[in-house]
Design a binder for this molecule. Structure first.
Ligand code: PNS
Length: 169
């Protein structure tokens, strides 16, 4: 684990990467890889908040995330409910990591980041850009493709592709 020295103090930065991850895509994984490089500890946190119609149970989403993030030793997978900032505080995190793909993501992300900052000013939201190959990949569209029998290879890890196919068949 790397520790940065800032004015003689050891700074250990935990970041929370929250989301629905229903299911994890290669875009999420790209962002996790980028986050794992700059934060000491990255917790991928699956939201347990009641969602309209999730395809995968939280336990299944966690199982898939754990399998595909095994290569990063500083990445953990967890679930949370309630307010994200409460969870982040409990985890000792000072950063919330979010990915922004296109301008269309910005408005929602801005609202969330500002709201979270208002509730907990000590936690910073950090935005990162996924690789351009993933700039159009979303869990929602991947699920739709899978349901309609379209090609999902390359958008999700192989394990997720299998689980998606099994789920919609
Ligand atoms: O991947 P998603 O579905 O866009 O993730 C949204 C998520 C889970 C990050 C967001 O809904 C969230 O933070 N939920 C937790 C409840 C909360 O803190 N709500 C207030 C946000 S301003």
């Amino acid at each position: 684990m790397t520790h940065r020295m800032i004015s003689g103090e050891n700074i250990h930065v935990t970041a929370i990467y929250p989301g629905s991850f229903d299911p994890v895509t290669n875009g999420h994984l790209d962002l996790i890889g980028r986050g794992a490089k700059i934060f000491d500890r990255l917790v991928v946190a699956v939201s347990q908040n009641l969602e309209k119609d999730p395809l995968f149970a939280v336990s299944e989403r966690i199982e898939m995330l754990e399998a595909v993030t095994r290569e990063w030793k500083n990445v953990e997978v967890d679930a949370f409910d309630g307010l994200l900032v409460d969870y982040a505080r409990a985890e000792g995190a000072s950063v919330i990591l979010r990915g922004i793909r296109a301008v269309s993501d910005y408005e929602y992300e801005l609202q969330m980041a500002m709201m979270n900052r208002k509730i907990e000013p000590r936690i910073e939201t950090v935005f990162m850009l996924p690789g351009e190959a993933y700039s159009f990949v979303s869990s929602r569209l991947v699920k739709e493709l899978a349901r309609l029998g379209g090609p999902i290879k390359g958008f999700v890890p192989a394990l997720v592709e299998e689980r998606l196919r099994a789920k919609v068949s």
